[in-house]
Design a protein around this ligand. Structure first.
Ligand code: ZN
Ligand code: ZN
Ligand code: ZN
Length: 141
C-alpha cells in the first residue's frame, strides 16, 4: 500500500467516529492535497477497508463520511444540537437481520445505520432548570 493510502487508512482507523474527507485531510501530518485524500479514500473503500455513507445534517451540507470496516461493527449517532457523531457501541441487530432474511428470502451482507437526535448534554442544556423553592407565605393567609 502506498504511503498516502496508509496515512489515510490510519487516520480513519484512529477515529471512533465517521470523518469527512476534509476532517481526514486535517488529521494527516504527511504533506498531501485533498485530491490525494479523495483518491486514497476511493481506493480504500473499493478494497473493503473503509465504509462510507452520505449524510445530510441540518447545519452542514450533505457530506460523505468514512469509517473503518470492522466485524462486528458499531452504529453511530449524530446530535442535531451540537453536530457531532457519537459511537453507539456494537451492532445489536443480528436477530432482526435474521428475521428479515427469513421473511424476505434474501441474504443481507451489510447495513449502514445511523441515528440522529439530541445527545445527553444537549438534552440537559435544553431541560428547564429546577424551579426555585417557593417563598413560604406568611402564616395566616
Ligand atoms: Zn449534542
Ligand atoms: Zn448536525
Ligand atoms: Zn449494525
Amino acid at each position: 500500500m502506498t504511503k498516502a493510502r496508509q496515512a489515510v487508512l490510519n487516520a480513519v482507523k484512529d477515529s471512533s467516529i465517521p470523518l469527512s474527507a476534509g476532517e481526514i485531510h486535517k488529521k494527516i501530518i504527511l504533506p498531501m492535497d485533498l485530491v490525494t485524500v479523495y483518491r486514497a479514500l476511493k481506493y480504500l473503500e473499493e478494497h473493503g477497508h473503509l465504509v462510507s455513507f452520505s449524510f445530510a445534517c441540518t447545519l452542514k451540507r450533505t457530506e460523505r463520511y468514512y469509517y473503518h470496516r470492522k466485524d462486528p461493527h458499531v452504529h453511530f449517532f449524530h446530535c442535531e444540537g451540537c453536530h457531532r457523531f457519537i459511537d453507539m457501541g456494537l451492532c445489536q441487530l443480528d436477530p432482526i437481520v435474521s428475521t428479515i432474511e427469513k421473511e424476505q428470502r434474501v441474504q443481507i451482507l451489510s447495513h449502514t445505520l445511523y441515528f440522529t437526535g439530541l445527545c445527553a448534554e444537549c438534552l440537559e442544556a435544553k431541560s428547564p432548570k429546577p424551579a426555585e423553592p417557593a417563598t413560604p407565605r406568611p402564616a395566616g393567609f
